[in-house]
Design a protein around this ligand. Sequence first.
Ligand SMILES: [Zn+2]
Length: 389
Amino acid sequence: MRFQEIVGHNKLKNRLINSVLNNRISHAQLFLGADGSEKLALAIAYAQYISCINKQVYPENSEIIGDSCGSCPSCVKYQKLAHPDLHFIFPVANTKTVTNKPTSNQFLNEWREALINSNYYLSLNEWYQEINIENKQGKIGTDDANQIVKTLALKSYEGEYKVMIIWMIEKLYHSAAPKLLKILEEPPPKTLFILITEDTNDILKTILSRTQLVKVPPLENEEIREYLYHNFQFNNDKVETIVNLAEGNFKNATKYLLDNFDDHPYFSTFREMMLLAYNHDFGKIKSKSDQLSKIGRENIKQLLQYGLRIVRLCLYHDLGNTEMVKSNGNELAFIQKFSRFVNRTNAEDITNLLNEANFHISRNVNPKIVIMDMLLKISQIFGKKIIVI
Ligand SMILES: [Zn+2]
């Protein structure tokens, strides 16, 4: 992965490139970014640049001031994620084929394939599906912590940096923490740890204090817009729809491209749910909940996330912050109408219900009951007649 293959983030890329050119690579860094962000891609591009034997340096006024060459022996191995000095640790669990003491190394082939296939946008749930661990939670255990120590004790293959990428460090099992903390404290020379996380609240404080935080923010709308104009023959409306729906998340943007949609994939479903709740149509709420319970937990979570967006935009519209209502087409028309019913009097309550449903879906509660319960409660909120029509 070269820096130039990653959308946006020029400032951050240049900071990372500069740290290499100035020989000031901090030995333990924590890349923080939401699901669908470029955190893992940037970590790998950074490591590839460090290891490249033909580093490119571009003029100061270029968008990015350097990049790996993409063709030296080191880069070629990096492109296949098979460089002997590049190591990965990630959450795993027992599966049908690995039934005892699962470690990252046992899943390395699946890992490389999943990363490359997802264009480095792999999510935790996609990974769990990939290795088929069903409803178990993956973790980074003591066997992997021992493996880290063992790997880093060996001499590097190319005589340069050894890079240890630990993906989703929040899944570190408590019994594995002391070993990792010790080596973070006293790493062998020329070692680079890149820890990757989606939420620093779930990480041990002692790990946070031993790492330098590298925030990977959502993309700017302009960065996504520019990419779309450069790579596709879309008209303005289509570009704006994708930019609005992506909300800074390129993974979402590409998903909408592939789906070749006019509206958000969940637009009509969410609109229907709200109308059923508004009309107190309990029979249809029941059958709709039954139907939705079969689309899978990940899809239900995406539907609820989309619902949160609609509620938020209705609130902005109701408060007169129309410049913050980043929407267009059918969705915008719906928001303009529906903000009479979802507004400052109830947006918080509805948001809480959507979040609560999301939480229960993540915790494996029966999806049919979760959705029905949520819709009935939203129905009650609409029924309170605090609605200003
Ligand atoms: Zn190279």
